[in-house]
Design a protein around this ligand. Structure first.
Ligand code: PRX
Length: 673
């Protein structure tokens, strides 16, 4: 793992602007000390006050225990808030039993909220569906019965490969209801990627759809499932017994009578009677694969009680949720952790009304999102900086055409939001009055960790600012010592938190090595960060070989492995280069094999497609440069820092540690050709 010091010129800016400009912009803002205090009206009506910080500081586990009891209905109360006797393996709310689906659904109906809208669904072609809490509860009960009738039992794994349609949320909650462990694979991943995740989790059931829509055109999904299951993998076959298929876009699909079932024929015909049972607080809720620094994705494991508690608390506190009146919209796909925590679970646990949209922001026109906000009177929007920068490029006259006055809180997640985008978001989308909450967290943390509280914190453009109540975040130096204000270092978490990952599926050693070995007794997040003079935290991007493209994590090593698996490639090095819109973009440097011909664009296109097939379209390099050599140290380690300089158009500077110091000249010469 490369350990560049965060804040140095070698560290990737995660904001889409070159690091020196970013530095200028940030220091100007810091210099101006420009912050936006909550309005008195907002603060007066805020659901959470500063008292939560003090309460949590006084007794962290007790604070979380109170949240757990207030936000969830336990089938059996817990005896102990936290068991940290065997670090890094935490147990939260020990002895308690809780059912996630009952908490998200049935209890709201029992409390008289059955007619409240849970989901307004907006399909890409313009079809719509509305589910009240009562209707969604029935659908989840039907799915739970159907999955059980297909032999799914508590603890079994279910792979989910679905678009952003209500059936995705229904599937997740149905799994949670019966204690099956879902493993969602984002629809942008390939058949190969899906298969490796099915194998790793030994999934028994796959839930998918015929396809979805992308920019007005049908886009298939089931074909990837068929491909994934037709491969014999390592020769031992696969574990999948059944595939349930939602009919979404009506396109033709191959059918395997012994394995495939239409959703409408199984779930559609199942009974709406299903009694939920409490599951142990530490019962596994889901696995979600994420890229690490090696070629093999990690199956991040989350359990039930702690995950739901922190998700529900942060959703309420950070978005200032008033569930009776707010309409909440998180634009994340259910294939990512944001779509788990802040679409499938927390909003429903909190009894909120939410919008779910299937498609892209520019289909059929670039005002689609603003049209949706106007139509449903969305009051809380949670999205990613890459989307905001795209809208900035399209111009403010597009959102200006719509009535966005319903908005009262704007959230950001996935990467640092550069101050310019932050200001645009506030000014153009938020009418210069709506608080912006920049939320830092990870698949591993399960829920938000650093974010302002909109009724309490004076917000600062570009900074995620302060750890949430009950969360112990710090920035430390190489030796693990806390850095003073005004300094940069590594982001760590000092104390266990309820939604923390409980491990990597099937690999406890990797869990310890990856997160707990860099600093003693602290979780190392892999991010660089800086504390400003006020102690506010600024995220500076990853310090390991993980890239962040449009807020999605991709591993350099994984893409390099995909490239070298192509017969024409001898060696490959991948870097994340700053990109105006996507934060970072994948740039690959490849050396072709002696017998492969450099056919220019043709080979580049072929390699891009090859990566698409191996990992998925999201991982396709934006640029592939064919080079004669790669810069390596004397011990053979590729110096990605130098390649990053080249990819970002900078002079690589000092190359004296290279085994062959003419390499950079050779690369420069080959790029001039
Ligand atoms: O580098 C950080 C960045 O995204 C990483 C986590 O990615 P993932 O597990 O895919 O989860 C993304 C959605 C929670 C982090 O290690 N990141 C996420 N949010 C922010 C961020 N970087 C800066 N600011 C953020 N608000």
């Amino acid at each position: 793992m490369s350990q560049d010091t965060p804040g140095s010129t070698t560290t990737a800016p995660a904001t889409g602007v070159p690091s020196d400009q970013q530095g200028d912009a940030i220091s100007n803002l810091l210099h101006e000390n420009r912050t936006f205090a909550p309005s008195p009206e907002f603060a007066a009506d805020a659901v959470v006050t500063a008292a939560d910080y003090a309460e949590a500081d006084a007794d962290r586990p007790a604070f979380w225990a109170r949240q757990a009891r207030e936000l969830l209905t336990w089938s059996k109360d817990f005896d102990q808030a936290l068991d940290w006797s065997n670090p890094p393996f935490a147990k939260w709310f020990v002895g308690g039993e809780v059912n996630a689906a009952y908490n998200a659904l049935d209890r709201h109906v029992e409390n008289g909220l059955g007619d409240r809208v849970a989901i307004y669904f907006e399909g890409e072609p313009g079809d719509t569906r509305t589910y009240t809490y009562a209707q969604l509860t029935d659908e989840v009960k039907k799915a739970a019965n159907a999955f059980e009738s297909l032999g799914v039992e508590k603890g079994d794994r279910v792979a989910v490969y679905l678009p952003m349609i209500p059936e995705a949320v229904i599937t997740l909650l149905a799994c949670a209801r019966i204690g099956a462990v879902h493993s969602v694979v984002f629809g942008g991943f390939s058949a190969e990627a899906l298969r490796s995740r099915i194998d790793d989790a030994e999934a028994k059931l796959v839930v998918t759809a015929d396809g979805t829509y992308r920019r007005g055109k049908p886009s298939p999904l089931k074909t990837a499932v068929d491909d994934a299951l037709s491969h014999e993998g390592d020769g031992s076959g696969h574990t999948v017994q059944n595939v349930v298929v939602v009919k979404r876009n009506g396109q033709d699909v191959d059918w395997h009578e012994d394995r495939d079932h239409w959703w409408d024929d199984t779930v559609g015909t199942a009974s709406t009677e299903h009694t939920p049972v409490g599951h142990d607080s530490e019962h596994p809720l889901f696995i979600l694969y994420t890229s690490g620094t090696t070629g093999k994705p990690k199956g991040i494991l989350h359990t039930t009680g702690g995950y739901l508690t922190q998700g529900a608390y942060t959703h309420k506190a950070v978005f200032d949720l008033h569930p009776e009146t707010d309409v909440y919209w998180c634009t994340a796909d259910v294939g990512w952790v944001t779509g788990h925590s802040y679409v499938a679970y927390a909003p429903l646990i909190n009894g909120a009304t939410q919008v779910m949209y299937e498609g892209t922001p520019d289909s059929p026109h670039q005002g689609r999102w603003w049209e949706i906000i106007q139509k449903y009177k969305v009051s809380i929007l949670y999205t990613a900086p890459t989307a905001i920068r795209t809208f900035m490029k399209w111009g403010r006259d597009i959102p200006d055409k719509y009535d966005l006055t319903s908005l009262r809180v704007l959230g950001s997640v996935g990467e640092s939001i550069n101050p310019e985008a932050w200001m645009w978001y506030r000014d153009v989308i938020g009418a210069n009055k709506t608080p912006i909450v920049d939320t830092w967290w990870q698949t591993e943390t399960g829920a938000q960790m650093i974010a302002p509280l909109p009724g309490v914190t004076a917000t600062k453009p570009g900074s995620a600012q302060v750890p949430l109540p009950g969360i112990a975040v710090d920035v430390v130096d190489e030796l693990g010592e806390s850095v003073p204000n005004g300094h940069g270092g590594f982001l760590v978490i000092r104390e266990p938190w309820p939604a923390m990952l409980r491990g990597i599926w099937g690999d406890p050693e990797r869990f310890k090595d990856t997160y707990w070995s860099r600093f003693e007794d602290m979780y190392f997040a892999g991010d660089g960060a800086k504390k400003d003079e006020d102690g506010d935290i600024w995220l500076l991007g990853r310090v390991d070989d993980v890239m962040n493209v449009s807020g999605h994590r991709l591993s350099t090593t994984e893409i390099e492995s995909a490239l070298v698996s192509h017969p024409a490639v001898a060696e490959a090095a991948v870097v994340g280069a700053a990109d105006e819109t996507t934060g970072q973009a994948v740039v690959a440097f490849v050396i072709l094999r002696g017998d492969a011909v450099d056919s220019g664009d043709a080979i580049v296109q072929e390699l891009r497609n090859h990566v698409g097939k191996e990992i998925g379209p999201i991982a396709k390099p934006k640029t592939i440069l064919v080079v004669p050599e790669l810069p390596k140290t004397r011990s053979g380690k590729i110096m990605r820092r130098l390649l990053k300089d080249v990819a970002e158009g900078r002079d690589p500077g000092d190359a004296t540690t290279l085994a062959d110091n003419t390499v950079m000249q050779q690369i420069a010469a080959s790029l001039r050709k």
